[in-house]
Design a protein around this ligand. Structure first.
Ligand code: RAM
Length: 331
């Protein structure tokens, strides 16, 4: 009896060693998103699972609140701290409000990184941007300007008013507007909170308040769908062009029906993959997040951290009539 138990233990041990796992439990990494039910984050979660499979010793906890608010994310993070996860990779609804709770997580030995929408430097070890912020800001204006040779009024329908990523892109867009797109007049910026109903109301409000509006720019995959649906339902196809950042699988129908000429985005699967990969390698101390560090991200490649420990991935990609069909099958 004793012998066979010892044999069984030896067998279990060699299996663990063979798996490269040396007794240790898997690395538990929480992929915390702005809100659940958002197709963009579901695509990122697919990438997260892909990374977990390749790394072989990761359990991904895909989680987030139902509403895209900082308060709701704080609750989620407190639960993850109590659960003793090894790492948190978060897309933040507010870069400052989350700092205290994320500091608490780091004090307890949890690795914290932000991705997509950043946390202020004090609340994370590194931040991964999907692309260069200035380039995204310019892209969202250009997408509208390309179809407005005579210029005209445009408005922005954003996500939450506290969202780090959208606020940075809008700021960058406003900066280059006068110099590069002097004929484009930005008349308003409104916030749909990455909530379909609120985004719909805000888009309707824009059309009512600005009868000469030529384009709605929504740098959010939730807002852009809502705006295109509103323009379609209002019979304004051809009068108001909807553009911004859109997930091809959700947005193809609006390129098809002409309510939008073109939109842009990056690969959300690669983004989620990278977030898990980096959180893992920092958590297991394979690499250290410090200015100038070159961090390798499996099949995605490599990024270099700047002096705020932030890095950016690839340039945004434009989707229009010619290619949206192909990309709609991927994400
Ligand atoms: C929404 C979210 C996300 C943003 C994309 C483009 O899904 O606001 O943070 O990166 O749009």
């Amino acid at each position: 009896m004793k012998l066979s138990r010892r044999l069984m233990m030896a067998a279990a041990l060699s299996t663990a060693l063979f798996a490269g796992n040396a007794y240790a439990a898997n690395v538990k990494i929480a992929l915390v998103v702005k809100s659940l039910g958002n197709g963009f984050f579901d695509a990122a979660a697919k990438g997260a699972e892909k990374a977990a499979k390749e790394l072989g010793d990761v359990d991904v906890i895909y989680t987030g609140p139902t509403k895209a608010t900082a308060e709701a994310q704080i609750e989620v993070i407190n639960t993850l701290i109590a659960q003793k996860v090894d790492a948190i990779a978060i897309s933040a609804n507010d870069g400052d409000a989350l700092v205290p709770v994320l500091k608490k997580a780091m004090e307890r030995g949890i690795t914290v990184i932000s991705w997509d929408s950043g946390v202020a430097a004090a609340g994370r070890q590194m931040h991964l941007n999907p692309s260069d912020t200035g380039l995204i800001g310019e892209t969202i204006i250009k997408l509208a300007a390309d179809y407005l040779p005579d210029g005209g009024e445009v408005a922005i329908l954003s996500a939450a008013s506290t969202a780090t990523n959208q606020n940075a892109w809008i700021e960058a867009a406003k900066k280059i507007l006068p110099e590069k797109f002097p004929k484009i007049k930005l008349v308003a910026t409104v916030y749909g909170d990455d909530d379909s109903a609120k985004s719909t109301d805000e888009a309707k409000g824009l059309l009512k308040t600005y009868p000469n509006l030529k384009a709605i720019i929504a740098p959010t995959t939730v807002g852009v769908v809502a705006a295109a649906q509103v323009v379609t339902d209002a019979g304004l196809i051809g009068k108001v062009n909807v553009t911004g950042l859109a997930l091809p699988s959700e947005f193809k129908k609006f390129i098809d029906n002409g309510s939008s000429q073109a939109v842009a985005l990056w690969n959300p699967i690669d983004l989620g993959y990278s977030a898990i990969y980096l959180a893992h390698d920092i958590a297991v101390k394979k690499m250290e997040a410090k200015p100038g560090a070159k961090l390798s991200i499996g099949s995605v490649g490599e990024v270099t951290l700047d002096d705020t420990n932030s890095a950016a991935m690839a340039p945004p990609f434009t989707f229009d009539k010619k290619n949206i069909e192909e990309f709609s099958k991927i994400y």
